[in-house]
Design a protein around this ligand. Sequence first.
Ligand SMILES: C[S@@+](CC[C@H](N)C(=O)[O-])C[C@H]1O[C@@H](n2cnc3c(N)ncnc32)[C@H](O)[C@@H]1O
Length: 345
Amino acid sequence: MQAYLEAKHTVDDRALNRRVLDEFEAALTARDGPVSVVELGAGVGTMLVRLAAWDCFPARVSYRLVDHDEENIARARDLVPDQLEDAGYSVHWRDDHDAESPTLVATREFTGDDGRAQNERPRLLEYTGPATTTTTTTTITVTFTISDAFEIEEQADAVIAAAFLDLVDLPTALESLESVLDPDGVLYAPITFDGGTGFVPTDPLDRDIERCYHHHMDEIRDGGSSRAGRELLAILRQRDWETLAAGGSDWVVRPACADNTGDDETVNPGDTHDSASERLVLEYVLHTIDDALTEIPAATTPFSTVEQQQWLDRRQAALESGTLEFVAHNLDVLARRESVVNGQS
Ligand SMILES: C[S@@+](CC[C@H](N)C(=O)[O-])C[C@H]1O[C@@H](n2cnc3c(N)ncnc32)[C@H](O)[C@@H]1O
């Protein structure tokens, strides 16, 4: 699981909807003073590292990574300090005696044109006028929490739920988010799965496999939905939230594509590609689909277990020969409660 979460970092980098991310960054930086962020289902901490490396944070941020999987949080504790250092931050651990575990403090100071960082994510519209030189400092304090996402009692300015809301019961999740978010706080829910699973090259059994895989998400798996992205948009409206931005963030996983590790400075940080990681992601996806199909009673599937195994064999052979590619449809959503926006809360 941890290796998969690390491997999908660059797949997510490429997929994230930049317009929704820009709006999220604007919402964070518009707030006065330090900003508190809680990330639910944070995995190994890749979103925190990405937001820090891409300069999406205001000057002072407290960031709580929450995951119920102890091993994910242990891996996040190992990875995040090194990855923040790679992004130019100085890091140290601070032992707060009343805290559940040490806090990581990461600081980055940089001087540049208009105070913009070297490795900053490119904007849709770049300012090209005369540059002024400024120095800015960003300080992020990070806490690592092993907990069920819906048992968090802390208040936050922003909640991030990346590749998470498709795994849980949405009404329960929204109810919990409403108690965690401060007035005017925002929910950023990128990479929310929204009902599309496809492979290249196509296979005659794909359509039935996809239908059964999504049926497993909807009816057999404990929590979650195969159409969570659009269901999230619907439930936000029902519960009086305002959707500030929404857009597609489809995954396109291509192990055979040429490596582009970002060592070359002309490569945008969000465009990196590593064949070994893409391959690992595909292996995990095939394994997940196979496990899901195995849990569906054989009598109810339109294919036999032999045909299912043959489909998997063909997919694994394509992976071995470097011809397999994968596409998944996701949505990125940024929202806050409408009643708060209109001052009626
Ligand atoms: C698909 S992974 C996404 C991880 C991370 N957000 C990312 O995009 O890399 C979903 C994560 O949610 C965590 N998770 C699932 N249900 C949870 C719950 N009820 N409370 C806390 N974490 C949960 C899993 O352990 C896993 O790390």
